[in-house]
Design a protein around this ligand. Structure first.
Ligand SMILES: [Zn+2]
Ligand SMILES: [Zn+2]
Length: 174
C-alpha cells in the first residue's frame, strides 16, 4: 500500500490494538481503515498520540492540490474534507471503503509533553481552525458531512497528546 500523498510505501503501526498505515520516514501521513476507526472510537483519548511522531522528513514533495487515489481501493479517489495551508493539515476520505487519510501537518511539530505557553497557543489556534472554521457543525448542512466531522473529532481525540486534550473542542470527551 503506497502513500496517497507522496507515494512512499506505507508501514503498519499497531498502537493499543489499532492498526494504522503510516508514511514513516517520508510525509508522516496516516491511513485509517474503517475497521481501525471503529476501534479507535473505543480507545481512551490520547491513546494514539505516538502516531504524531512517526519519523517524518521535512520538505517531502506531497501532492496537495490534486485528488489522491485511495491507498486501499487504488482505483477510487479520495475526497477532501478539509485542509489548511496555514497549519498544513489535510483530511481526506474514500467514498468507497470509507477509510480516512490524515496528514496532521503542524500538530506533529508540537512536543508530546510539557508544551510551552506559545505551543499551547499554536495548538489552540490549530483546533479552532479545524473544528470551528472548517468543521463547524453549524455550517455543515449535509448529515454525511456532519458524521464525517464527528469521525474526524474521534481521530483527533485518539491522536492528540494528553496535555493538549483540554484544548480540543469538547475537551476530548465524547
Ligand atoms: Zn507520504
Ligand atoms: Zn478506498
Amino acid at each position: 500500500m503506497n502513500c496517497p500523498s507522496c507515494n512512499n510505501k506505507l508501514q503498519t503501526v499497531e498502537i493499543t490494538g489499532v492498526k494504522v498505515q503510516a508514511c514513516v520516514g517520508s510525509c508522516g501521513g496516516l491511513w485509517f481503515e474503517w475497521s481501525a476507526i471503529k476501534k479507535l472510537k473505543e480507545r481512551n483519548p490520547a491513546a494514539g498520540a505516538e502516531l504524531l511522531h512517526v519519523e517524518r522528513v521535512e520538505g517531502v514533495h506531497t501532492f496537495r492540490d490534486v485528488q489522491h487515489p485511495c491507498p486501499h481501493c487504488i482505483r477510487s479517489l479520495l475526497y477532501r474534507h478539509c485542509f489548511s495551508r496555514q497549519f498544513r493539515y489535510e483530511i481526506d476520505q474514500c467514498a468507497k471503503c470509507a477509510g480516512f487519510w490524515v496528514d496532521v501537518g503542524s500538530l506533529a511539530h508540537l512536543p508530546l509533553k510539557s508544551p510551552t505557553p506559545a505551543e499551547q497557543e499554536t495548538a489552540t489556534a490549530y483546533f479552532k481552525n479545524l473544528f470551528e472554521e472548517n468543521l463547524n457543525p453549524e455550517y455543515l448542512s449535509h448529515p454525511d458531512t456532519q458524521e464525517a466531522a464527528q469521525t474526524i473529532h474521534h481521530i483527533f481525540r485518539f491522536l492528540t497528546p494528553a496535555e493538549y486534550l483540554r484544548l480540543l473542542p469538547g475537551g476530548g470527551v465524547g
